[in-house]
Unconditional design. Structure first.
Length: 368
């Protein structure tokens, strides 16, 4: 990696849009040699990233047709970042004049909206980058070589776009490029930082990330409605696993049960057999239906089935909605565990139609 990176840096001053001999050599190094080095260390990088090995992706680009001024090689989770135009990833960026190489934690400068990729505004990128820096602030402070801004000295539009999209980076100067061992250690460090970002997305604690249950519902609906279509990140393309969802729900049920019993209700868990979760009974014998929702994200929105909506209206005012939000998920064990969480109770609870957003519809086809 050390010698290959030096070769690329030495070729940068010869940049041209044309496929010159120098650009052909640079392209081979970017598209083949550096990705090959990263793939050789796949096991170590995958372990640092904390994702399944098949989900790990490496790719290098220097421009299709017209050669780009700033070549790059990225590595990341494919489900979180299917392409360089989506999501967060680690990327090597070569300074335009060849004076430096940057290892960056970067967000794509586009977003998927209305069926196509559209450029993000400078304000959007600033918000995403600021969020990531805040999330990783403590980790970054432990590594004084990590910086929060880069300078690619580009003459084209790509350079400033990459600079705005970078949250954290390490700069390697041409005259002080470390050997391969240090470069690998840094790649593993940035994989760990990227894992922290992915964890926040998975649990619905990142900007624009929906609550995990809503993300999963949208993704499932898309798969049913569009079985032949390559799945986009409509539901983020990631989220909680089934065991993780069970752990969060069990934590929420435990918190809700304690809350109700402290208020003097007797409780019965009916989640396995009814359209609600807890049957609560007060001292006078009045029964209440309790809907419990657990989430690792905030309390702003939860997923409701048709039956849950109808039951809240039919049983009102003998209804509760209890949301246990901000649950902490521990993935370190063989079986995930959930702790913490803040409880929000709504009583009496009746679903108002203006607060509902349809995720899909059932349609009766007219038959002549």
């Amino acid at each position: 990696m050390h010698s290959v990176a030096l070769k690329v840096m030495g070729l940068q001053p010869f940049w041209t849009h044309k496929n010159s001999a120098e650009m052909q050599e640079r392209g081979a190094l970017i598209r083949s040699e550096i990705p090959l080095w990263l793939r050789r260390h796949r096991a170590e990088l995958v372990q640092a990233l904390g994702r399944p090995e098949p989900d790990f992706v490496v790719e290098g680009r220097d421009g299709t047709g017209r050669k780009t001024e700033i070549p790059w090689v990225r590595f990341c989770s494919k489900s979180h970042s299917p392409s360089a135009t989506e999501g967060w990833y680690c990327v090597y960026l070569f300074e335009a004049k060849g004076n430096a190489l940057y290892l960056c934690l970067m967000h794509a400068a586009t977003r998927f909206r209305d069926g196509e990729f559209k450029p993000r505004s400078a304000e959007e990128l600033e918000g995403l980058v600021s969020w990531a820096r805040g999330l990783l602030q403590k980790s970054a402070l432990d590594h004084p070589r990590i910086i929060s801004s880069i300078s690619l000295n580009g003459r084209t539009k790509l350079g400033p776009s990459y600079e705005r999209s970078t949250a954290l980076a390490i700069r390697y100067s041409l005259d002080a490029l470390p050997l391969a061992d240090q470069l690998l250690d840094d790649a593993k460090l940035f994989s760990q930082l990227l894992a922290t970002v992915y964890d926040a997305q998975d649990t619905g604690n990142a900007p624009e990330a929906p609550a995990p249950d809503i993300a999963a519902a949208i993704q499932s609906i898309d798969k049913i409605a569009n079985p032949l279509q390559t799945q986009k990140r409509t539901g983020q393309g990631f989220g909680l696993t089934a065991p993780e969802r069970r752990a969060v729900e069990q934590r929420a049920m435990s918190q809700a049960t304690c809350y109700l019993e402290q208020l003097g209700y007797t409780t019965k868990d009916v989640s396995a057999s009814e359209s609600y979760d807890i049957l609560a009974t007060d001292a006078a014998g009045q029964e209440y239906t309790v809907e419990v929702k657990g989430t690792t994200s905030g309390p702003a929105e939860v997923f409701l089935t048709t039956n849950e909506v109808q039951l809240s209206q039919a049983r009102y005012p003998y209804t509760f909605l209890i949301v246990v939000h901000g649950v902490h998920l521990n993935r370190c064990h063989h079986q995930p565990t959930a702790t913490g969480g803040e409880l929000l109770a709504v009583h009496p609870w009746r679903v108002e139609s203006e607060r509902l957003t349809a995720l899909s519809f059932r349609y009766q086809v007219p038959v002549d």
